[in-house]
Design a binder for this molecule. Structure first.
Ligand SMILES: NC(=O)c1ccc[n+]([C@@H]2O[C@H](COP(=O)([O-])OP(=O)(O)OC[C@H]3O[C@@H](n4cnc5c(N)ncnc54)[C@H](OP(=O)(O)O)[C@@H]3O)[C@@H](O)[C@H]2O)c1
Length: 297
């Protein structure tokens, strides 16, 4: 029997690599939509796996250039997209990538009779609609809802990869944290989230919210990072209004950096606890990063 084919858009990113691996494990033929295929050959900065050997086909495309996405979905049964702007890029906006890039992909999926579109948005989106990247995600969700294409939107909390940044700061011995750090979060590992993403193929749910198995305060996530690098926690809390003011000033000089920072500022001011799932723990992840993956299960 011929294998079912999935297009994974954003396959070179933190989540995308785990999703490629999970689809391949479950017997799918994976086509990766990427800008830089060479990235797939090596492990990512947060120990996300090299996946070049798990990918059967590559479609090279850039979300900011919709014409390059044409026929990415030809012959594909399922489209999974976590293609999104998470780092500032000169002259590129979330609207261009997260909204319009994914919309171009959806149009191509409809042209080629794709069976289902699975999309990654964010948890608590309705509380952060003033943030460009969240708005762009949700504009695309609206496009999906009105398209007639069967779909599932997955809404995760923060990824372990985002918590990885705390480790770099802990290594320096000191870190600044917005707010009092007492809001709660249950961050999720890419492998645990990938299971949810692939299960979504057979799910009738149109929305799935997901977080990791453990809930911490932001202070606890940072204290664990200090512990992993063997240093005593030294955290300076900055009032939220200073974060907002810094964002305003950054926005004047560097719009794309401000767009990415705005998400971090909004998340710091909220509890982000979604239905728990998975088996990976943040403390283990930090220790793996410190040892360069030697303790990885
Ligand atoms: N990180 C979190 O805590 C978190 C939480 C909730 C939701 N999300 C959402 O989940 C998605 C994936 O996040 P992630 O942390 O896995 O991000 P990531 O590691 O930065 O991966 C993003 C992927 O999108 C691709 N991409 C970016 N701009 C592109 C463009 N112009 N054309 C084609 N591909 C492009 C990247 O390709 P390159 O490798 O070429 O850059 C990469 O493959 C994002 O939409 C993000 O908003 C993230």
């Amino acid at each position: 029997m011929e294998k079912r084919k999935v297009l994974v858009a954003g396959a070179s990113g933190y989540l995308g690599r785990y999703v490629v691996r999970e689809f391949a494990r479950r017997g799918y033929a994976v086509r990766a939509l990427v800008r830089s295929p060479e990235k797939l050959a090596s492990e990512g900065p947060n120990l996300e796996p090299a996946v070049a050997s798990m990918v059967e086909e590559i479609h090279r495309g850039d979300a900011a250039d919709p014409a390059s996405l044409k026929d990415a979905c030809r012959g594909v049964d399922i489209v999974f997209s976590c293609m999104g702007l998470t780092k500032p890029q000169e002259g590129v906006t979330s609207e261009k990538v997260d909204h319009l890039g994914n919309r171009a992909l959806l149009e191509d999926a409809m042209t080629h009779g794709v069976r289902k579109f699975i999309y990654i948005s964010v948890f608590n989106a309705e509380k952060m609609m003033e943030v460009d990247v969240v708005k762009a995600h949700e504009l695309f969700v609206k496009d999906l809802q009105s398209s007639g294409m069967p779909f599932t939107v997955i809404r995760p909390t923060g990824f372990f990869s985002d918590m990885g940044m705390f480790l770099s700061m802990a290594r320096s011995g000191h870190m600044f944290m917005l707010g009092d750090g007492e809001n709660h979060v249950n961050p999720i590992h890419g492998a645990d989230l990938a299971n949810i993403c692939v299960d979504a193929v057979e799910s009738s749910a149109i929305e799935i919210s997901a977080g990791g198995p453990d809930t911490y305060t932001f202070n606890e996530t940072v204290e664990m990072a200090f512990q992993a690098v063997g240093k005593s926690p030294w955290i300076t809390h900055i009032p939220m209004w200073i974060g907002d003011a810094a964002l305003f000033v950054t926005g004047i000089f560097n719009k794309s950096l401000a767009g990415v920072l705005a998400f971090a500022v909004s998340v710091s001011g909220l509890d982000n606890v979604a239905p728990p799932t998975g088996t990976h723990h943040l403390g283990d992840f930090y220790r793996e990063l410190v040892t360069g993956g030697e303790t990885k299960a």
